[in-house]
Design a protein around this ligand. Structure first.
Ligand SMILES: Cc1ncc(COP(=O)(O)O)c(C=O)c1O
Ligand SMILES: N[C@@H](CCCC[NH3+])C(=O)O
Length: 402
């Protein structure tokens, strides 16, 4: 369905994020459908887009939640995701988060180190409960993605190596307060090659079989997220092939599959819309300056990521420019050396594939309020997060005047 960016700009001003909820539904159904041969749970990685309406929409389709802080766990619970569909990962959980997660009775705490396992056990003992856990395995596989978003190599901080994981499962067996329910592996994000995923799932499935042989029987195998989306002209992993290859690896195992995609479910469903303020030329260099900035969408500045850009005017006179925002950083750009048509004040520009890691990575740098978020479903638009005002930005500050 096409979204009328101009109408939304008139109604809500710019910049804004808009999310196509019908597209989110289609993405969810495609993935869930691919795993239909097995018991499965699609646990949405809340970090990709934490807006309550987005999570609630996915919850209404049946999704669970993959969370990386107790705040994300609470977001998931707030919109009605059942505790038994929530997983809590992260390399640095603090004691109070572990305690709350245990009290809330979520499906599993996904443990990422030996030391964390000791803390979970101690806290479970204090509370006199049994902690359901999974262990995140770091299989040392190169996911072939941007180095900043690789998570499955030993040089990355995530998870534990396979031998440590095995030792930790044995420790669980001997503990009254630890119940190993699952195993987890997530090797990176924006993956466009199936082979590394296959390899890592195979390593994990082999460990599940080894554990079974010593009477440690797991109920869940969490294969992580990571499925890539289109930013430019990427060739994507076929979801059916993905699911099929995972299912083949699990031959003979009676285990529920969990996958935890973020970007795949929401990335291509979101657009960041900004408007032109000025054009100028410094020497030979043309700049198009817009009202959105790196604080609203940081991926180009942070990863040199490319997002497809469309100027919504009919001008056919294209020339090279940098598309930049008002923030006081030379790194504040959406694209460098890109051919764009000549623009006028107030022309709109759509920056696509911005539904994941867009708003959630936004900041208030330069005392800029976070932009509005809008959902469109069945042709109807709704404001799902108001634009922040100056008052919102200073609300938590104390003024110590001399
Ligand atoms: C443990 C875990 N699960 C799921 C995800 C979601 O990743 P993606 O948005 O690439 O699907 C991430 C982020 O990379 C993650 O760290
Ligand atoms: N924030 C990253 C992805 C990190 C995924 C979370 N582990 C991005 O914008 O692509």
């Amino acid at each position: 369905m096409s979204i009328n960016f101009k109408e939304l700009a008139n109604k809500y001003q710019t910049p804004y994020y808009v999310y196509d909820f019908d597209h989110i539904t289609a993405q969810y159904n495609e993935l869930k459908g691919a795993f239909k041969a097995r018991k499965s749970l699609v646990a949405y990685a809340v970090k990709a887009n934490s807006n309550l309406s987005v999570i609630k929409h996915l919850a209404s389709l049946g999704a669970g939640a993959d969370c990386v802080s107790i705040g994300e766990v609470k977001r998931a619970l707030k919109v009605g995701i059942a505790p038994y569909k929530i997983i809590f990962s992260g390399v640095g959980k603090i004691d109070s988060e572990i305690k709350e997660a245990l009290e809330l009775g979520i499906l599993m705490i996904n443990v990422e180190s030996d030391a964390e396992l000791q803390r979970v056990e101690a806290i479970a003992k204090e509370l006199d409960v049994v902690a359901r856990i999974s262990i995140r395995v770091n299989p040392n596989i190169d996911p072939k993605t941007h180095p900043y978003i690789s998570t499955g190599l030993h040089e990355n901080k995530f998870g534990v190596d396979i031998d440590t994981a095995k030792r930790m499962y044995i420790q669980c067996k001997n503990s009254e307060n630890l119940d190993p329910q699952g195993i987890h592996c997530h090797i990176g994000s924006q993956l466009t090659e199936l082979e590394p995923i296959k390899e890592s799932v195979k390593i994990v499935a082999d460990l599940v079989r080894n554990l079974k042989a010593i009477k440690i029987e797991l109920s869940f195998m969490d294969i992580g997220g990571g499925l890539g989306i289109v930013y430019d002209d990427e060739k994507l992993i076929d979801t059916n092939e993905y699911a099929q290859s995972v299912l083949e690896t699990m031959f003979g195992l009676d285990i529920t599959i969990i996958c935890e995609p973020g970007r795949f479910l929401v990335g291509n469903c979101g657009t960041f819309v900004t408007k032109v303020l000025y054009e100028k030329v410094n020497g030979n260099k043309r700049f198009v300056i817009v009202d959105g900035a790196m604080n609203d969408l940081i991926r180009p500045s942070l990863y040199n990521a490319y997002h497809k850009i469309e100027v919504l005017n009919d001008n056919k006179e294209f020339s090279d420019c940098n598309l930049v925002g008002p923030v006081c950083e030379s790194g504040d750009f959406f694209a460098k050396n890109i051919d764009l048509p000549k623009t006028e004040h107030n022309d709109l520009i759509a920056i696509y594939s911005a539904g994941a890691y867009g708003f959630t990575m936004a900041s208030n740098y330069n005392t800029r309020g976070k932009v509005a978020e809008i959902a469109v479903e069945n042709g109807v638009d709704r404001l799902i997060r108001k634009r922040e005002t100056f008052e919102d930005l200073i609300a938590l500050e104390e003024e110590f005047l001399k």
